[in-house]
Design a protein around this ligand. Structure first.
Ligand SMILES: C[S@@+](CC[C@H](N)C(=O)[O-])C[C@H]1O[C@@H](n2cnc3c(N)ncnc32)[C@H](O)[C@@H]1O
Length: 325
């Protein structure tokens, strides 16, 4: 005789990516949400605003490396025809710099931005179409952690851009799994350009995620606004405090939303009430920081052969070019 197991009947919304992630993240201890949840239309706008903040050195430093070294980077890519594929492209403002360098070198470039934010992809396509009509743009709306199959297989070499320190949002084992999956989908000789934020003085790191104008705090709380709107929840974002801390042992900045009071929050579409103790936090993002050695080591472990790297004068940010080995 077999005992009948009971399969709990979960609301339909738990089978959508957002519903599943929120259900999983808020029923575990400690509570966690994945950073992709930030990026609805408002979140993408707020991220753009973050990139302009005086404290947020990352975007401006990486952009300056591209402006100074873009031609060199593309020379290393070495082909007259190139498919430039970007994971988590956002509005691709910084990528313009590399695309402009490709146009100056008279390369025939097709640009494939991949992102989960439709509004960001629309904006990228519109702007590049206006500014660089020589570049063909083929956007792909997809979650690259689930569907790297969207990477195209054209008859020309591929240069995959994974820039903006996005690899830092993953736990080390997840980051390696993602890069290995990417490697399996590339052909020998295809290239990866990885942009990583370097380990540096604590105060500089903390200020970048705790800006005086409070834009990062709004970006963090936007995850709750999105859950309210899309999952009929009743979060009061003002009752959650943005907190960013440097975890030196793990070499990462952590972002949290800390409950200011004990509270119960209904999330109706999930048939769930999330309970918070005063001071309890939802861990919403990690941003791992690398030494140059750790970045090169990660690439090698994932079967990419480092070819060249570029940094700024202060060594704050690193751009690593590696070949699918
Ligand atoms: C930190 S922004 C970086 C944007 C741009 N690459 C840059 O360097 O400024 C992260 C971007 O990745 C996108 N994103 C985050 N997780 C994603 C996922 N799993 N699949 C596809 N796009 C994702 C977000 O929508 C957002 O546009």
């Amino acid at each position: 005789m077999h005992a009948l197991s009971t399969i709990p009947c979960l609301p339909e919304a738990t089978s959508t990516p957002l519903g599943a992630e929120v259900y999983r993240g808020l029923t575990r201890m400690p509570k966690r949400l994945s950073p992709w949840i930030f990026y609805d239309q408002r979140g993408s706008e707020l991220f753009e605003a973050i990139t302009e903040l005086p404290e947020y050195y990352l975007t401006r430093t990486e952009r300056a490396i591209f402006a100074e070294r873009g031609e060199e980077i593309l020379e290393a890519a070495g082909a007259p025809e190139l498919a430039m594929i970007e994971l988590g492209a956002g509005t691709a403002v910084k990528t313009d710099v590399l695309l402009e360098a490709a146009v100056r070198r008279e390369l025939a470039v097709t640009y494939y931005p991949i992102d989960i934010s439709e509004s960001a992809l629309d904006e990228a396509g519109r702007r590049i179409g206006e500014r660089l009509p020589q570049v063909a743009v083929e956007p792909r709306l997809a979650d690259y952690t689930r569907n790297l199959g969207v990477i195209p297989s054209p008859d020309c070499p591929r240069l995959v851009l994974y820039i903006g320190s996005s690899i830092g949002n993953f736990e080390p084992a997840e980051a390696a799994a993602l890069l290995r999956d990417l490697r399996r989908r590339l052909a020998p000789g295809d290239l990866l350009l990885l942009g990583v934020d370097h380990v540096k003085e604590r105060g500089t790191l903390l200020r970048a995620y705790n800006d005086a104008a409070g834009v990062t705090a709004e970006f963090n709380r936007n995850a709750l606004c999105r859950i309210n709107r899309e999952l009929d929840a009743k979060f009061r974002p003002g009752l959650f405090q943005h907190r960013a801390v440097w975890n030196e042992r793990e070499s990462r900045i952590e972002m949290h939303l800390e409950s200011l009071i004990g509270q119960e929050v209904p999330i109706r579409a999930l048939g769930l009430t999330a309970s918070f103790r005063r001071g309890e936090s939802i861990h919403t993002e990690n941003s791992y920081k690398f030494t140059p050695e750790a970045a090169a080591e990660l690439l090698k472990r994932c079967d990419f052969a480092p070819q060249a790297s570029w940094s700024d004068a202060r060594g704050w940010f690193g751009v690593y070019l590696a070949e699918a080995a």
